[in-house]
Design a binder for this molecule. Structure first.
Ligand code: PGA
Ligand code: ZN
Length: 428
C-alpha cells in the first residue's frame, strides 16, 4: 500500500469563466501521488449555501480570494498535515471543525471545497484508477442523462428574461454520445433561428444564446422551434427542462416577472408553470417557486410532480437534512447536487444519499462560474447520480465536462449503461 498521508498542500489564485479570481488547491501525498481541484462560483445562490471568502474592497470588484488562498496555505495546510487522504470523512470533519462557523464563512467555502476535492483526487491517484472508478469501487454505475442549456437567462443574462435556464434533455437517446449529438443539432438549429430573426447577440454566462426575447413564452416557443428544426419530435426523444430559479425574483409569496411587467402570487406562479407544462414538452422544472416557499414547492409537486421532475436547488442547497424534510413533505421529486453549496465532498455525498433514499432524481451540477475542473463529472458517474447539469453546449469550461463524460463512456465500452429516461425523478 502506498502512503496516503498528506505531505503538502498548496493553494493559489486562478481565474474562472467570468474572469473572476477563484481558489485552486494542489495536494501531494507522502507516496508522491497528487490531486488538484478548483472551486466554482455561483451567481444565483441559495441563502443556505456555504459562503465563499472574498476580499471585498474595490480591487477586482471585491471578488479577490487572497484571504481564502491564505487560509489554505496556513491554517488548513497545518491542520491536515500528515492526515490520511483516504479518510475523506476525517479530512472534511477537520476542516469543518477548524472553520467553526455554520456557513464555512471564516476559512471560506471556496477554500474548503477546493481542498476537499483535491484530497479526493489525490486519494484516487494513489489508488491508481480514475476518480469515477475510485468512487464506484466494484459497484455498477450509469453514465448520466445530461441536462443542457440552449438559452441562458435570469442572473446569467443581466435578467434579460426572468427564467434562468431553457434546457433540453434527450430521454430517448441510447447513449450519452447520442444525447450530445442530438443536443448539438438543437443548439445549431437554435443559432440559425436566432440569426434569421436578427436576435443573435452572443451567449450568456453558461454558454446558452443570449435571450433576446420579448417574453418568457417566446423563449419557450423558440426552443420548441429549434427542437423541431433539428428534426426531433418534441417530448419523446428531446424534451424541455427549465430552471426557473424563482428565488431570484420571488420572496414572501410575490413573484415579479420583470419582462412581462406582472406580479404573481404563489398560486398564479404555479398556474403559469402548469400552463407551460400543458403547452410545451417539459419534463423537468427546477426551483419553480422561491426558496422561502416550502408550501409552494409542495403544491407544485402535488399538481405536476407525477409527470414533471421537480428539482430543489436554492431550496435544498445540497443539504441532507433539507433533502430529508423535502421528502417527508412531498416538496420536490429531485435534488440538485452542487459540491460548493455543501462545502465538502462528505456533506455533498450525504445530500446525494438522502436524495437516493427518498427515491428522488439526483443531478450533479456545475455553477455558472466554472473552470477546466471536471470533478463533478466523476462524482456524477462514480456516485451513480443518473443526471448531470453543466450549462450549455459552448465555452470550454462547459465542453471540458461533456468531453470528459464522453471519454469515460468510451472507457466503459460494452459495460456502459446510459441512465436515460429512467434517471428522472417523479412523484409516485
Ligand atoms: P449559479 O446558478 O451557479 O449561478 O448559482 C446555477 C443554478 O441555479 O442551477
Ligand atoms: Zn438552479
Amino acid at each position: 500500500m502506498s502512503d496516503t498521508r498528506i505531505a503538502d498542500i498548496k493553494g493559489r489564485r486562478v481565474w474562472d469563466s467570468r474572469g473572476r479570481p477563484t481558489v485552486e488547491v494542489d495536494v501531494r501525498l507522502k507516496s508522491g501521488a497528487s490531486g488538484r481541484a478548483i472551486a466554482p462560483a455561483g451567481a444565483s445562490m441559495g441563502s443556505g449555501e456555504a459562503v465563499d471568502l472574498r476580499d471585498g474592497g474595490a480591487k477586482l470588484g471585491g471578488y479577490d480570494v487572497g484571504r481564502a488562498v491564505n487560509a489554505v496555505n496556513s491554517e488548513i495546510a497545518v491542520a491536515l498535515a500528515s492526515m490520511d487522504a483516504a479518510d475523506q470523512a476525517a479530512i472534511d470533519q477537520a476542516m469543518i471543525a477548524l472553520d467553526g462557523t455554520a456557513n464555512k464563512g471564516r476559512l471560506g467555502g471556496n477554500a474548503i471545497v477546493a481542498t476537499s476535492m483535491a484530497v479526493l483526487h489525490a486519494a484516487a491517484a494513489a489508488s491508481g484508477v480514475p476518480l469515477w472508478q475510485h468512487l464506484a469501487q466494484d459497484r455498477k454505475v450509469r453514465i448520466p442523462l445530461p441536462e443542457i442549456q440552449i438559452f441562458g437567462g435570469g442572473a446569467h443574462a443581466a435578467r434579460r428574461v426572468d427564467i434562468q435556464d431553457f434546457m433540453v434533455m434527450c430521454p430517448g437517446a441510447a447513449s450519452f454520445a447520442q444525447a450530445l449529438e442530438w443536443t448539438a443539432e438543437v443548439y445549431l438549429a437554435a443559432g440559425h433561428i436566432m440569426k434569421q430573426a436578427g436576435k443573435l447577440q452572443g451567449v450568456a454566462d453558461e454558454g446558452g444564446y443570449w435571450p433576446a426575447f420579448r417574453s418568457n413564452e417566446e423563449a419557450l416557443d423558440t426552443l420548441v422551434a429549434s427542437i423541431l428544426k433539428a428534426g426531433f419530435k418534441g417530448g419523446d426523444d428531446v424534451a424541455i427542462s427549465l430552471d426557473v430559479a424563482a428565488s431570484e425574483f420571488g420572496k414572501n409569496g410575490t413573484y415579479t416577472l420583470a419582462l412581462d411587467d406582472r406580479k404573481l402570487d404563489t398560486g398564479a406562479m404555479i398556474d403559469m408553470l402548469g400552463r407551460w407544462c400543458e403547452a410545451y414538452p417539459i419534463i423537468s422544472i427546477e426551483d419553480p417557486v422561491a426558496e422561502d416557499d416550502a408550501e409552494g414547492f409542495a403544491a407544485f409537486t402535488r399538481a405536476y410532480g407525477d409527470r414533471c421532475q421537480v428539482i430543489g436547488d436554492d431550496f435544498l442547497v445540497t443539504n441532507a437534512a433539507r433533502v430529508g424534510k423535502a421528502a417527508a413533505d412531498g416538496a420536490t421529486t429531485a435534488v440538485l447536487i452542487k459540491p460548493n453549496q455543501a462545502g465538502t465532498i462528505t456533506e455533498t455525498r450525504a445530500a446525494l444519499d438522502a436524495g437516493k433514499a427518498a427515491g428522488f432524481g439526483t443531478i450533479v451540477s456545475a455553477r455558472s462560474g466554472e473552470t477546466e475542473d471536471v470533478t463533478i463529472v466523476h462524482l456524477s458517474i462514480g456516485w451513480d447520480a443518473g443526471q448531470l447539469k453543466v450549462g450549455s453546449f459552448s465555452r470550454s469550461e462547459r465542453m471540458a465536462k461533456w468531453n470528459e463524460c464522453l471519454r469515460i463512456e468510451e472507457t466503459l465500452g460494452r459495460d456502459t449503461v446510459f441512465a436515460g429516461r429512467g434517471a428522472l425523478g417523479f412523484r409516485r
